[in-house]
Design a protein around this ligand. Structure first.
Ligand code: GDP
Length: 426
């Protein structure tokens, strides 16, 4: 049981299909915390953070690293692409960021190795109904974890065991696709394993670190990747990622219990986007899609793939409020809507069986639903300079009020641009 008045634990969770702008929100909040930790996913995440020195795209290292003196943790729920991790590590170091003693990797996290990526791509090419994964090996790495044959970070402390397990993994992968070209894969694996001596000194028990930080009165931020409707259980299965993206995953993925969490901030875009395959009920018409994609720069940070865009979906929002236990909302990219004359919010779906207001489990049905829209006036004014709610046009405030009302979650932050200072705190 935590001592009352002790530290504070905040979870930041994507509340749509990912790419909500979590990186920016975490970057803003990181100023106020002592530890920033990732709890699931892997190198498929791509947070873009704009700071005075330019743009950083972070895949595995928490974006708190851009703030001096913050400790950054990679939790046990993450699958660590160790080769890519050190590329990112060296990239940050080369740009003058001091990383010494600032990064800890859970001993219990699983290693994502080159054969996982190779398997992911092989499966994606072979699958008749493609999921649209990022091809980064995340699914196969989590399969190995659940299949109890994965390699954990702790194994880097036992080099012989590590080598034997990796050899077995490579053989298993090749046996699954005997006809597929595997040239260079063994060398790539060697390269990844050669980072083990660099990884060993970074290892830690993330749960213990977070727990003692909280007991010592510190503020910890647990940073989610992807989003609620990509959650393995609660998302649009099978068009989902292989981990628990929702707030409960933060507890298990870092190594503390759910009662350690004090607040859950859900990040939503002021509209909706989706990358990869699977249903998007509020998808725009092709012309509108093109327009908002351009206005919002909606291309994936990891893959460069164009994102499909649509209206804000309160059905998804209510799902996110419930499964994450949201205590607040951070609405991002409000400025992207500045030029639109009218806006819509979906409040329910019309289905062949009647009107539904909660997100259906039947993913195939989502392709056939017809959203029920409410129309609100646009504000057609520049919001990017607003720093308080009072600075916003009345129609923009009304839009936010309606989102808050439909989701029954208070809006705590509004982002009106890519830069750190373009934020409204309520
Ligand atoms: P994440 O994975 O949830 O962090 O999202 P991404 O980094 O993939 O996508 C967010 C993109 O939107 C980044 O390029 C951000 O710089 C940008 N962004 C974040 N907040 C805002 C905002 O309020 N307005 C605008 N125009 N862009 C934003």
């Amino acid at each position: 049981m935590r001592v009352a008045g002790a530290g504070r634990c905040t979870v930041v969770v994507g509340s749509q299909w990912g790419d909500e702008g979590k990186g920016k929100i975490v970057d803003v909040l990181a100023e106020e915390v002592d530890i920033v930790a990732r709890y699931q996913g892997g190198a498929n995440a791509g947070h873009t953070v704009h700071v005075a020195d330019g743009e950083f795209v972070l895949h595995q290292i928490p974006s708190g690293i851009l703030h001096a003196d913050k400790r950054c943790l990679i939790g046990n729920g993450v699958v660590l692409d160790v080769a890519r991790f050190f590329e990112e590590y060296d990239g940050l170091a080369n740009r003058g960021i001091d990383l010494d003693g600032r990064i800890g990797v859970s001993l219990r996290a699983h290693l994502l190795l080159p054969y996982h990526r190779w398997l992911d791509q092989a499966r994606e090419e072979a699958a008749s109904s493609q999921i649209g994964t990022t091809g980064r090996g995340i699914g196969p790495a989590y399969e190995d974890k659940a299949g109890r044959r994965g390699i954990r970070v702790v194994d880097v402390h036992a080099p012989e065991r590590l080598a034997a397990m990796a050899r077995a993994g490579l053989e298993r992968a090749r046996a699954a696709f005997p006809d597929r070209d595997a040239a260079g894969l063994a060398e790539e694996l060697e390269g990844a394993l050669s980072t083990a001596p660099r990884l060993a000194p970074l290892t830690t028990e993330t749960g213990e670190e977070v727990w003692s930080a909280l007991q010592g009165g510190k503020h910890v931020l647990l940073e989610g990747a992807q989003g609620t409707v990509l959650d393995l259980d609660h998302g649009t299965y099978p068009f989902v990622t292989s981990s628990t993206t929702t707030a409960a995953g933060a507890a298990t993925g870092i190594g503390v219990g759910p009662t350690a969490i004090d607040e859950v901030l859900g990040v939503v875009k002021a509209y909706t986007t989706r990358v990869g395959n699977g249903p998007l009920p509020t998808a725009f018409s092709p012309e509108m899609d093109e327009r908002v994609r351009r206005l919002g720069g909606e291309f994936g940070a990891t893959t460069g793939r164009p994102r499909r865009c649509g209206w804000f979906d309160a059905v998804v929002g209510r799902l996110a409020a419930r499964v994450n236990g949201l205590t607040g909302l951070a609405v991002t990219k409000l400025d992207v809507l500045d030029t639109l004359p009218a806006l819509r919010i979906a409040t329910g779906y019309r289905t062949p069986a009647g009107l539904v207001e909660s997100f259906p489990a039947d993913t195939a049905l989502l392709d056939r639903v017809e959203p029920v829209y409410e129309e609100l006036p646009g504000w057609q004014a520049n919001t990017s300079e607003a720093r308080s709610l009072a600075d916003l046009p009345a129609a923009a405030r009304a839009y936010l009020d309606r989102v808050e009302e439909l989701l029954q979650v208070p809006v705590r932050m509004v982002s009106v641009g890519t830069r750190r200072q373009q934020i409204i705190r309520t």
